[in-house]
Design a protein around this ligand. Sequence first.
Ligand SMILES: Nc1ncnc2c1ncn2[C@@H]1O[C@H](COP(=O)(O)OP(=O)(O)O)[C@@H](O)[C@H]1O
Ligand SMILES: [Mg+2]
Length: 276
Amino acid sequence: MERLQSAIDKARARRKDDRPKGQAVPIAAQPHQLPESLTLDAWAGIPEFVPQPDVMRRNRVLTFAGGGESTPFDMLRTKVLQQMRANNWRRLAVTSPGGACGKTTVCANLAFSLARQSDIRTLMIDMDMRRPALARTLGIEREGLQFSKALEGRADPLVHMRRYGSNLAVGLCEAPIRAPSELLQSDTAHAVLNDLERRLDVSLTIFDMPPMLATDDVLAFVGNVDCVLLVAAAESTTTKEVDICERDLAAQTNVLGVVLNKCRYPENDHNYDYYE
Ligand SMILES: Nc1ncnc2c1ncn2[C@@H]1O[C@H](COP(=O)(O)OP(=O)(O)O)[C@@H](O)[C@H]1O
Ligand SMILES: [Mg+2]
């Protein structure tokens, strides 16, 4: 694991110098402030969902309950927030080289960690439309949610979303769709997302993306986000895969970092928790 980390660091240092100078960095559309009453109305129009603690725990969404187990994700949240705020970035994509590295788990944990900050309005959208899993991870099933219809301009986005509390909104797909890469790079999808962020006065949007190496879905969309987190699974993702993905992403957007997930033996040296 240490070897993987140090190889990643080296590759990243190498690439920093390769980056085209003066390359335009895409910044998500800045929401134009609507009257607060309209924003609150829009949030109120999203059906609320109340997560079941046992489902969240089983699906490893540890930031829902908070406490010591959520600390690594809270730290990740704070680092991501600091970098995004410093650069005025609003859109974060989470992807990985292959499948099942933990993208959806990382997204959900980041989102519930952010939800504990009442001054931040977070939007999270399942963009892995070949294998959507966010709804199931949150314990939402058979509600007919298909956010892809909203991205196609065929439905009101709020109908295909669920709200947790007053500051986390989630766009969900329960069934896979064909040809998502065409949808992901369509003008309609971009206009819908811009409009939704404006209506909800969103501070930060998290996109739960598909894996990078299997299809062109991520490359089709990633030019529309401000930054990306790459999730690697310890013991299955290879250094080469991380390197290829990081290089492709860095050509189009800002790579915030690589999250090493599924570590079997996490280092416990820095445990600092409060016990009653
Ligand atoms: N740190 C982890 N340790 C063990 N299992 C994990 C970890 N993170 C995620 N998983 C499990 O791995 C599976 C795939 O995770 P998921 O987040 O859906 O991956 P992806 O979105 O990359 O396909 C799920 O069953 C999830 O609960
Ligand atoms: Mg997923």
